[in-house]
Design a protein around this ligand. Structure first.
Ligand SMILES: [Zn+2]
Ligand SMILES: [Zn+2]
Length: 364
């Protein structure tokens, strides 16, 4: 809630002192197109959706609101068009926006796909190749469910395992399941996460009902979306946070998902999204070596050697554009889409020596 107040304050201050022009000035007047990313899209109010990671949810209604707002200020383009404009440097004078969805949840087919079709908005879905049509949830969803079910016992179990800081007294001990999830995902490999899941499953069980909303797309749905013009990109085979994995695994995840999707869908896969937005110079090289033409992060840092493989993206969710009173705010949306809040908040990643922060760079 404190952040909501801060956001509203900045947004209103900017509006009072000159509005959109000043927002553009503060944000460095970037000419980079806006690429937005979502995860799950639900019919119900997200507060009522049990067991979901909150920043991964947007309701159908709020998604429509975001798209309508952006559509009045930007021209929606497909990732292919956006990519070729970035490549040539042409046609970037008009504000462009592209819509993407990560992971490949089934609810994107149920709720976003019809909305996008009705409005004629191009979009892309970045899928976890080995998860398509697979009945078990993604590791981070399973882990979050277990943490919420077994909290706060889960914290003690994981402290004893040495994967979380001890006890509740220390400043770094996570105070809630979501903070614990963030800490585990950014410090452990996928094998480590699997061990944590196994340890928590000795304490608690997940009911089938909780898994209901965490299903992936089926191959037929993905094929149907692709025929309707949705771009399919890769988001690895199994969704590891790549900065936590060995080089051979990184390559296998990046190259293997591209060939699996190409074989199954019979179309070139040119776009890649880094799970959790995590990348370093070696990972970017692996994306280049696998033959992807464009790749998308979740922050503003670029790799100067591969600017088209580090295209910034902004992840949005239900509460992204709300003011402190919980209402949709045009001022907050304006600051968000112009990257104003980025000035106050880093991405927290070290992307490796050759990568530099180029917040104010034009379109490198
Ligand atoms: Zn993801
Ligand atoms: Zn970054």
């Amino acid at each position: 809630m404190r952040r909501a107040h801060l956001k509203t304050g900045i947004a209103l201050a900017l509006r009072a002192s000159g509005g959109a022009r000043l927002v553009a000035l503060v944000s460095g007047a970037r000419r980079l197109p806006l690429v937005i990313g979502y995860h799950r899209v639900v019919a119900d109010r997200p507060a009522r959706v049990r067991s979901a990671i909150p920043p991964m949810l947007v309701s159908r209604r709020m998604l429509e609101r975001h798209l309508d707002w952006i559509g009045r200020r930007f021209r929606f383009v497909s990732l292919d068009e956006l990519g070729s404009r970035l490549e040539s440097g042409e046609g970037l004078a008009t504000p462009l926006a592209a819509v993407t969805f990560d992971d490949g949840y089934r609810d994107v087919y149920d709720h976003a796909f019809p909305l996008l079709a009705r409005k004629g908005i191009p979009a892309a879905v970045f899928v976890v190749a080995d998860w398509i049509g697979n009945p078990s949830p993604l590791p981070h969803d399973r882990l979050y469910l277990l943490l919420t079910r077994a909290w706060p016992t889960a914290r003690d179990v994981l402290s004893r395992l040495g994967v979380l800081p001890p006890g509740s007294g220390t400043p770094r001990a996570p105070s809630d399941p979501f903070s614990a999830l963030r800490l585990l995902l950014t410090t452990l490999s996928q094998a480590g996460i699997a061990r944590v899941i196994a340890a928590l499953e000795e304490q608690t069980a997940i009911d089938d009902g909780a898994l209901e909303g965490l299903r992936p797309l089926a191959w037929e749905m993905l094929a149907e979306m692709r025929r309707a013009g949705i771009t399919v990109g890769s988001h690895t085979r199994t969704h590891p946070v790549l900065t936590r994995e060995t080089q051979p695994r990184v390559s296998a995840e990046i190259a293997g998902s591209r060939s699996a999707l190409q074989a199954r869908l019979g179309t070139p896969i040119d776009h890649f999204a880094y799970p959790d937005g995590a990348f370093d110079a070696e990972i970017v090289e692996a994306v280049a070596a696998a033959g992807y033409r464009f790749a998308y992060t979740t922050c503003r840092h670029r790799d100067p050697r591969h600017p088209l493989l580090t295209i910034p993206r902004r992840l949005l969710w239900e509460n992204s554009c709300l003011d402190a009173a919980g209402r949709f705010s045009s001022a907050v949306a304006s600051c968000l889409t112009h990257g104003v809040f980025d000035l106050a908040r880093g991405c927290g990643q070290r992307h490796g020596a050759p990568v530099t922060a180029r917040r104010d760079a034009p379109d490198a």
